[in-house]
Design a protein around this ligand. Sequence first.
Ligand code: ADP
Ligand code: MG
Length: 650
Amino acid sequence: MSKIRVLADHVANQIAAGEVVERPASVAKELVENSIDAAASRIEIEIEAGGRRLLKVSDDGEGMVRDDAVLAFERHATSKISATDDLAAIATLGFRGEALASIASVAKVELVTSSDEAKAGTKVIIEGGRMRDVKDAAHPRGTTITVRELFFNVPARRKFLRSEATETFHLTNLVTHYALAHPEIAFTFTNNGREVVRASAAKDLRERAYQIFGEEFLENLLEVNGGHPEVVRVMGYVSAPRDRRTSRDSQYLFVNRRFVRDRMIGRALSEGYRSILPHGVYPAALLFIETPLEEVDVNVHPAKTEVRFRRSAAVADAVRDAVRSALAAAGYVQEDRGVARRSLDVETQSASAAAVNQSTARIPEPVPVTVPVFEAPPVAQEQHQSRMEFVALIESVEEALDEKEVSREVAVKDLPLESEPGREPVAVTSAVKLPKASLLPPLNSAEKFAHEVTPESLSANIRPLGQLEESFIIATDDEGLLLIDQHVAHERVLFDKYRTLEAERRSESQQLLVPETFDLTPAQAAVFDQLAPELENYGFDLMRLSGRTVAIKATPADLPAGEARNMLFELLETVDPEKKNSARETLRDEIAASLACHAAIKVNMPLAPEKMRWLIDRLLQTSSPTTCPHGRPVILRLKTKDILKGFHRI
Ligand code: ADP
Ligand code: MG
């Protein structure tokens, strides 16, 4: 007897649902995408009990006639594509025609819809994949889909749902994404009867980001606008280097306005920050990548959150360069000549690139790069406000974290943040509320008086006065008093020097009288072979002796002989030598940063006045005098104005 049977439709649908409907947020994703595809100008999302009890999406889009409303629940029923060729250029968010069928197979669904064509609206009721009722019903133009008791007939799936708070977090995150991708659509999001997001139609991404994240978040963003004509355009915003996260949660990435999770784009973004953000620290980003439809395959995963690019290296380059240019425009790095040339090309973009551009979230006027304005507390309010708390910097890190949290909470006070005892802690989208651990404090907010110096506020008129704790140079400039971290300042100077010499193939070496030998572990040995040629470009002369023993015969100039070994060990443990092409640049930066760190003046070291003068002069000539190659601030400033305030003189 034959054993193979074709599965009944409702079984097949439930299996498909396993891929499409992972949790309430994935249901919301499909419904919101359908509303966007239906050209809605208003989308309302309503949930109860984390979307398990109720999940309702209502739109004013084109709606459906009765036959379509019934057909919509059939598997592979779609109005969006009809032939294989269509798959090559998908302009809609949906195209697989399986979302509604999948959702209806694992929940109790009611659809009410009305279109301009039909006289009466239609209501369809379908439960666990079984059609219960189809009848006339009143509804303004558009569609409302109500999904109740998700997974009521699949206990195994229900068990995998997380707490209400977690599911609500995912739903909030999702709504945030779509609201950002479609500023022209009005969004509301209601949780357990409470409206938590209300964003009216906005004129551009900037206005929408303001509606959602508030002013503070926006003020610290740099505008990105770059790419290559015909291949890819990259637009949006990224955070300044001082704003740091230890996860990628605050990176909102979109490809042709489809929200994606893409490691390649994430990596390219990080590479844009090479030499100003350390490893394991991530910028916040709202990045829109626009490519001609045939350049990207969206049919990679049932949930459509992964994409494949035809020319992925070109996309990665474009992202990295666009981000780099944004940082350069704000004075955080020097623009590579290559990047400058390419962005010129962008200005004379071809008609097709212009067409791509048209379909994107428009970003009209350039974002002014604003530095967080330091506000001294009102004089009478705080007793300690006149203490000059330079050295309380480290102590107040905790405090800064708290402050940061408070201020973010204020901005999003309407989001579902309440956590009751016994409940899992609420994690709301981290761009909105950052969990403590994911944020390295920007040091400027840690300090009541001294704050990080921005590149544009630096003048050549810096006069060193002396040292604090033999670690920080005390100096003055036209705006006030400066503290310069001598170690990181020298790191920046050396980093630029090593990098330039290497790029120009002019690295200088110092021969060791007696070569120093050391042994590698097998893992280190593998890395070593890859790394050695790069190291030699920096002035190392390394010889692999028998087995896994290495001899250092010469080291780069300025690197104390005793540091060479430590530095090599550190590099062998941390770098990924497999890096190719553009990532090679990152590897070279890592080597230069490590060399700079080991060769730089240490803290707790007395400096003669001439040495301080020399260091400051050299620092000012570097590509980024205000941040060290690891992304830390180099200079803090106490403004004269604040000193006067502190002494109650103004
Ligand atoms: P897909 O979006 O991949 O086509 P779905 O199962 O999500 O598949 O939807 C099936 C069809 O139902 C869509 O192609 C569309 O014609 C119709 N549809 C679904 N939701 C809406 C809506 N909100 N407004 C108008 N039509 C809709
Ligand atoms: Mg769909």
